[in-house]
Ligand binder design. Structure first.
Ligand code: ZN
Length: 127
């Protein structure tokens, strides 16, 4: 049973948020968040209102759809930096997929432009 399922069960047994909170050594507010949370199996995270990565994927996807070659070149420079945090990494994947499909460019050339190795870039594409 996951923590969420355990908490759900206790809640159904009529236990209050603060009683549950004490049992799990978390705050009552956290218990409430867990009860209201859902799970994104794509990004393997729990979320309350919407998965921020799914949302970002949609937003950036729309941006890329309308972007011209000049804008895409600028994005490529921006995303060639060392930043490995989640959002730039997500953008990098989406950008690679788009450019590889639309431009006649090899994985090696794309890798060079993005300062990554070829294996990383091709794994973005096939993910
Ligand atoms: Zn997601």
């Amino acid at each position: 049973m996951t923590r969420k399922e355990k908490i759900n069960k206790l809640r159904k047994q009529g236990k209050t948020l603060s009683v549950i909170a004490k049992e799990f050594h978390i705050s009552g507010e956290r218990v409430r968040q867990i009860l209201n949370s859902e799970y994104c199996s794509i990004h393997a995270i729990s979320y309350v209102e919407s998965c921020q990565y799914c949302e970002e994927e949609e937003k950036y996807g729309l941006f890329l759809k309308s972007a011209n070659k000049e804008i895409l070149e600028k994005e490529m420079v921006k995303l060639s930096k060392k930043d490995r945090t989640a959002i730039p990494s997500l953008h990098r994947k989406l950008l690679v997929k788009k450019i590889k499909k639309e431009w006649n460019i090899s994985f090696s050339d794309l890798a060079r432009k993005l300062h990554r190795d070829r294996t990383t870039i091709s794994s973005y594409f096939y993910q």
